[in-house]
Each structure stands twice: as structure tokens, then as C-alpha cells.
Design a protein. Sequence first.
Length: 202
Amino acid sequence: MQIFRWKRQKRRMTSHKSSLLVLVLLCVMIKNGHSSEMSSGKHDHHHKAKEAHVHGTANLNIVLEGSLLQIELVSPALNLVGFEHNASNLREKDKVLKTEELLRQHRSMFLFTNKTCVFSDVSIDLGTLIAPEEQAQSETNHSEIIALYQYRCGLEPLMITVRLFEEFPDLVKIHTRWVSQTAQGSIVLTKERHIVEFSKQL
């Protein structure tokens, strides 16, 4: 139980970082002339999941600022742990913890072709999966998981291979947006098409 109380504190910190990353993504894309696209989708991954909440679909935001690269995964919990309600027994709690541990294995999630980026940190928000029962009942049943990865890069990565489909077979599509100092782009990743190329723009 002590572990889960600590997780709730970490969850609040992750949500704050996640909001900042989305703000950076929006500001950079609007600055570079993509305000029309973003005006219709500016509430995306935090509100889209609550409005549409399509199972099998997740969102990936990638922002490169200077040497700091941040990759944020936002997914309905069902895609990753197989359920969305508050973990209520030992088996479900064990599944949540094992999923979190797997998400922390960044090399199993992303592969950089030119190997110029060094892993720095990861934070995981498990939503209402580990919330107190009273809180979980008062919130939506559509829980989502947010994982935020940070890297330090000597050079801009050319390509990132997203390996999430290998670890989470219930994932079908990942709607991906990326921004760097020189370009920005978007792509819908699938099991067959799972590479983000930084040279391909919107």
C-alpha cells in the first residue's frame, strides 16, 4: 500500500510535466504556421481520449528543444494493462506494476538510429488505476496511462523506431506528432509502419 501512495504523488508531477510538453508542442507548431490544424486539435490527447477514447489507439508527442528530447505516450489503460478500472485485487495490482516496469524499460519502447541521444529520465502516470477506491468511483471509468521519456541529444535524431507494438499487442494505431528546431510532422503509426522520420514534414 505504501508503494501505491508514493505512485499517486508521482502521478501529479507527471501530469504537470505532460501539460508543459503539450504546451511546447502547440506553441512551436503555431509559430511555424500550423495554427489552423492545431486550432481544431489543440485539446488533443488529454481531451480526445475522454471524448472519443478509442480502444487500440494511443497518442505520441515528440518535442526536441535544444538538446532536450521529450517523448510522451498517452494511451487508454485498456491497451496496456487490459482493463481500465481501479486495480482491486492482487492480480490486477501486479499487472499494473509490471506494466509500469515495462514502460520504464525505454530501450524496449524506442530505438534511435544514429544513437546520439542518451536516456535521462522517465515518469509514469497510471491515472485512476491505482487511485483510492472512493476517488476512482467518482472519476471517469476511462482511465489513461501517460509515460514521459526524456533524452539528451548531441545531434537531432534522424529516425525513431517505436517498439510499443511489440510489447503491447492490443495497440493498433499511434497518432504521432513531432517538433524539432527545423521541422515538424505527424504520422499514424501501426505495427507495419512504426518509424518516425524527422526529415518528413507535415
